[in-house]
Design a protein around this ligand. Structure first.
Ligand code: CAA
Ligand code: NAD
Length: 291
């Protein structure tokens, strides 16, 4: 079965991008949100991104049919509309109970041979797969932010995932313009298992006053050739999402020294400074630009 019709749940930072690259890959896409305001914002982000990609293509003398891509994307507030999707990708808040409840509901709505995928950053895919009632047709499909530009997708398989489903998920990732890697269902998969403890360690370095936040960022950019330093990247990912990831791991693995929650992160989230999306995190942002 080829994946032609895709449902994306959540039109936030990640969901809007996943919907867009799926449509760029030729799929018909239905984006499902909880509230009209969030849906409108997500579709607006897609419009802006498509306009940017069209502008870039023009500069290079290439063609990019933004209108055709956009015509393949529709929004809905009703999960019932996802019934005939070949694949449903979940990209809602990083809360395991909320995700499990969502998949239990989707398991009753979506056609039996439909594939389910979660874009979770950190939770066990197997737990959501069990909740959905179709563990053999469930994978992790972990995209990276910004989805339109980052070339990787992690395809996460559990002990129960059917090999044919893994192959279809990889083919879908390729259709979205990504290079898929396959990995097991372990905390953080490959990238976040390495990246999130690194971000937390940078925060602890700053907490101790060993170096300033801007200097740590400069150090990692110039010393390692990373495109962003750890603080700029945390602002980009969302401080709330980063905290949810660490809280989930600390709860599950309380004795693992790699998983610790920096006080600085907790304090910023408490103040509502969630990063680029709220205009304030470790830095101040105006739209997409750091001030
Ligand atoms: N759609 C279309 N175009 C976009 C875009 C989008 N979503 N986002 C940026 N662009 C455009 C910009 O407008 C810009 O256009 P101009 O050249 O005309 O100004 C162009 O793309 C390049 O963007 P930048 O100017 O910001 O330049 P950059 O070269 O720094 O590239 C970047 C941006 C790719 C984000 C780069 O900084 C980068 O790779 N950063 C690290 C990102 C990263 O590590 N992501 C992973 C986070 S972890 C994660 O996602 C997993 C998790 O579970 C938490
Ligand atoms: P976000 O807060 O930007 O977006 C989440 C969206 O989901 C919101 O618009 C919200 O209205 C919507 N939503 C919540 N519950 C819903 C429901 N029941 N039905 C429909 N819509 C619902 O979050 P995000 O940063 O896009 O993260 C989404 C997921 O992707 C999380 O699991 C996160 O860990 C993961 N992820 C995030 C990043 C990142 O850099 N932010 C990278 C990779 C993976």
């Amino acid at each position: 079965m080829a994946i032609r019709k895709v449902g994306v749940i959540g039109a936030g930072l990640m969901g809007h991008g996943i919907a867009q690259v799926a449509a760029q890959g030729g799929c018909e896409v239905l984006v499902c949100e909880a509230q009209q305001g969030f849906l409108d914002k997500g579709l607006e982000r897609i419009d802006k991104s498509l306009a940017k990609l069209a502008e870039k293509a023009k500069e290079k003398g290439q063609t990019f049919d933004a209108a055709a891509v956009r015509a393949r994307i529709r929004g809905t507030l009703s999960k019932a509309d996802l019934a005939d999707c070949d694949l449903v990708v979940e990209a809602i808040v990083e809360d395991l109970d909320v995700k499990k409840a969502l998949f239990a509901e989707l398991g009753k709505i979506v056609k039996k041979d439909g594939i389910f995928a979660s874009n979770t950053s950190s939770f066990p895919i197997a737990e959501m797969a069990t909740a959905s009632g179709r563990a053999d047709r469930f994978v992790g499909l972990h995209f990276f932010n910004p989805v339109q530009l980052m070339k990787l997708v992690e395809v996460v398989k559990t002990d129960k995932t059917n090999e044919d489903v893994v192959a279809q998920a990889r083919a879908f990732g390729e259709a979205c313009g990504k290079s898929p890697i396959t990995c097991k269902d372990t905390p953080g998969f490959v990238v976040n298992r390495l990246l999130v403890p690194y971000m937390a360690e940078a925060m602890k370095l700053a907490e101790r006053g060993d170096a300033s936040i801007p200097d740590i960022d400069v150090a990692m950019k110039l010393g390692c050739g990373y495109p962003m330093g750890p603080f700029e990247l945390t602002d980009y990912v969302g401080l709330d999402t980063t905290l949810f990831i660490l809280q989930g791991w600390v709860k599950r693995y309380p004795n693992d020294p790699a998983f610790q929650i920096p006080k600085l992160l907790e304090a910023k989230v408490k103040e509502g400074k969630l990063g680029r999306k709220t205009g304030q995190g470790f830095y101040t942002w105006q739209g997409d630009k750091r001030v």
